[in-house]
Design a protein around this ligand. Structure first.
Ligand SMILES: CC(C)(COP(=O)(O)OP(=O)(O)OC[C@H]1O[C@@H](n2cnc3c(N)ncnc32)[C@H](O)[C@@H]1OP(=O)(O)O)[C@@H](O)C(=O)NCCC(=O)NCCS
Length: 143
């Protein structure tokens, strides 16, 4: 697959929302995405096959560290390397330490992050308010 990674713009938001609602128990809405696009601390990238959005990543730039606050792939295209493409792209682009938190039950995502050398840092108990689930904090240090 010839996947291209591009910055997300407001024309892509509808497609993001289609993936978002099938990927997350508490999906973010259009207003939130538009506000992130206006805030230069947030960086949003999409993985495109031709012009079709198949996945996206949302980063928060904390100056000396990048937080991955969301990554998702369209259900029909999972396990084909789309999220790996996105992670590879941002790791090369920013060359900084990365941090994230992930539900301890989200084995798919944890496996993905481990492939990219993210290490377990700590557990935040009852972090997710919808299910009271714990968050695993992971960090990847720049070489
Ligand atoms: C997690 C997610 C982003 C992975 O996207 P993806 O495009 O399928 O990931 P990739 O194809 O690049 O897979 C990379 C690695 O992730 C892991 N992985 C992905 N799907 C998996 C599955 N169903 N079972 C086990 N491991 C899985 C594997 O380690 C895989 O590497 P491998 O193919 O060498 O085994 C996707 O499942 C998703 O959108 N989930 C819902 C949203 C979510 O939970 N996001 C993360 C928290 S913000």
């Amino acid at each position: 697959m010839n996947i291209k990674i591009n910055k997300i713009n407001k024309d892509n938001i509808k497609n993001i929302l289609d993936i978002e609602i099938t990927s997350f128990p508490t999906p973010w809405d259009e207003k939130l995405y538009l506000s992130m696009l206006r805030n230069n601390r947030y960086h949003l990238y999409g993985a495109f096959l031709d012009d079709i959005l198949l996945g996206y990543i949302v980063l928060y730039d904390s100056v000396d560290i990048i937080e991955i606050i969301k990554i998702a792939t369209s259900k029909d295209y999972r396990k084909k390397g789309i999220a790996s493409h996105l992670l590879q792209f941002v790791i090369e682009k920013y060359n900084l330490d990365f941090m994230l938190e992930v539900r301890t039950s989200n084995i798919n995502a944890i496996n993905l992050y481990k492939n990219f050398n993210f290490k377990d840092i700590s557990i935040r108990k009852n972090y997710y308010k919808d299910t009271n689930e714990d968050a695993l904090i992971m960090k990847r240090e720049a070489k």
